[in-house]
Write a protein that binds this ligand. Structure first.
Ligand code: NAI
Length: 494
């Protein structure tokens, strides 16, 4: 065809949903159908309450839905009617067999390829939007070649998605770059041109980058590896700050002022989460191992090791500050999503921190403005997350619709997501309802700790020690963890 008139996207998730809404919004002459095998998801996309929360998404979907944007469970029909098909299905880390715990599970991508091969005919551009290992497009082409007489008419492109959850609409409307990889043959270049023309409706030509398929596939893994590596790097330094009196925000400012380094993504925290960073690094690690590059694999693996260390370091600090025992103590948890402005909890650091506190016997009052109770319980009860049985977890966890009720009668507030609303809560009122000493553990370094201390809170946060001289006086010059640790108890007794 001269141009793409009809698009089908397989996978109505965090990527397929917002991406297709923007394409429909920006390309009124293209019909966009998003298909998914999950009828509940499709019903939600067709309802007033969309299955995912993204700022600005609802308005765009409502404007286009029923005009040139459709949601359906009929995958075959969507495929047959499309000139261009996005494969936007989940590619989680394998939980079984060879490469378990590392390799990307391509079951869903392969099943899409087989569905397409089984029902499509004529010319089709098939676009890998899912994040896949290098050379996955070759496997898709091979499935087409082996299954479909029309395969010579299928062109496979790589077009990885770089949107970030919480800012998906803004990222899609104004991307740093759109990456399109394809085979560097006349047919491949023609397919690249067709997809480029779709994005050209709203993306400037200099932002559309084209390259060979394998570079494109690898670039997505490497982008996420670099981003996560920055988080782990600054988090590694945050541990040094807490031990020395340096302030991680000041260090990040000084380092980020170097234009070669840049200031973005240098925010220390309890750790990165989300469905992608860990999975994509593990994918890169596995690819490196398979290519017999163990040093490369270990290098990237360390980014995950540091992230796990940061999460457990933070959880252990909470226990240590609360006099080394939190059994049966109530603790308020502010935020469960993996970052602000999303309800997504996949790989959220809140899951492992809460699991640690539960295993120590704490009772958790959890508040998150966008995460549903069932999601929180299902994450905490997921096999391998927490060593406790389900009934015990359900007993210990209460979710709250309001942060004040979550904080009442607790020993501590633990901030695990950087929701803006946490900055402006009425902490003066809150501390009056809490047990003393009342602690704030700020895993995102977003609160005003000077003010919290004025109100009487004891505070701890990532990458900085907020302690006043009188606090040390009050502890006879000992840092509180020394004062109340088993070791110091023995020391004082002697
Ligand atoms: P998701 O899990 O939210 O959505 C995937 C959807 O695909 C599900 O609704 C599932 O039912 C559907 N599906 C799976 N197999 C199917 C089949 N055979 N036929 C029809 N539907 C099928 O996943 P998400 O987050 O949208 O991710 C999709 C891909 O995009 C992954 O490879 C991910 O790595 C990548 N990605 C994700 C980003 C994110 O922020 N979530 C950002 C950039 C890339």
């Amino acid at each position: 065809p001269e141009s793409i008139r009809s698009i089908c996207c397989i996978g109505a998730g965090y990527v397929g949903g917002p991406t297709c809404a923007i394409i429909a919004h920006k390309c009124p002459e293209i019909t966009v159908t998003v298909v998914d095998k999950n009828p509940i998801r499709i019903a939600q996309w067709n309802s007033d309450k969309l299955p995912i929360y993204e700022p600005g998404l609802q308005e765009i979907v409502m404007k286009c839905r029923g005009k040139n944007l459709f949601y359906s469970t009929n995958v075959e029909e969507g495929v047959v009617n499309a000139d261009l098909i996005f494969i936007s299905v989940n590619t989680p880390t394998k939980t079984y067999g060879a490469g378990k715990g590392r390799a990307a599970d391509l079951t869903h991508v392969e099943s899409c390829a087989r569905i397409i091969a089984g029902c499509a005919s004529g010319y089709k551009v098939v676009v890998e939007k899912s994040t896949v290992p290098v050379r996955a497009a070759a496997s898709i082409s091979e499935i087409f070649g082996a299954n479909s007489p029309a395969a010579s008419n299928f062109q496979v492109l790589s077009n990885p998605e770089f949107l970030a959850e919480g800012t998906a609409v803004a990222d899609l409307l104004n991307p740093d770059r759109v990456l399109i990889g394809g085979s560097q043959t006349p047919a491949g270049l023609e397919a690249i041109a067709l997809l480029t023309a779709v994005y050209s409706h709203w993306v400037a030509p200099e932002r559309i980058v084209t390259m060979n398929t394998w570079s494109s596939e690898l670039s997505k893994l490497v982008s996420n590896a670099f981003l996560a590596q920055r988080v782990s790097s600054i988090n590694a330094v945050s541990a040094i700050c807490e031990a020395t009196g340096a302030d991680i925000s000041e260090v990040a400012e000084a380092v980020g002022r170097d234009s070669r380094i840049g200031s973005k993504f240098l925010q220390a925290s309890v750790g990165f989460g989300g469905s992608c960073f860990q999975k994509d690094i593990l994918n890169l690690v596995y690819v490196s191992e398979c290519l017999n590059l163990p040093e490369v694999a270990q290098y990237w693996m360390q980014v995950i090791v540091m992230n796990d260390f940061q999460k457990s370091r933070f959880a252990k600090k909470i226990v240590s500050r609360l006099f080394n025992t939190i059994s049966n103590k109530a603790i308020a948890v502010f935020g469960f999503a993996f970052k602000k402005n999303t309800g997504d909890t996949r790989e959220s650091p809140a899951i492992s921190v809460c699991a640690h506190l539960l295993e120590e016997g704490a009772r958790l009052n959890i508040y998150d403005p966008k995460v549903e109770t069932e999601q929180i319980l299902s994450d905490l009860c997921h096999p391998g997350v927490c060593a406790l049985p389900r009934e015990r977890i359900e007993n210990l966890v209460t979710t709250h619709a309001d942060p004040h009720s979550a904080a009442a009668n607790t020993h501590a507030i633990v901030v695990l997501t950087e929701w803006d609303e946490f900055k402006t809560l009425d902490y003066e009122k809150m501390i009056k309802s809490m047990l003393r000493p009342a602690w704030v553990f700020d895993g995102r370094k977003i609160l005003d700790h000077e003010r919290l201390m004025d109100l009487g809170f004891y505070t701890e946060c990532i990458g900085h020690r907020y302690q006043r001289p009188q606090f040390y006086d009050h502890c006879n010059g000992h840092a509180p963890e020394l004062l109340f640790s088993e070791k110091s108890k023995a020391f004082r007794a002697s």
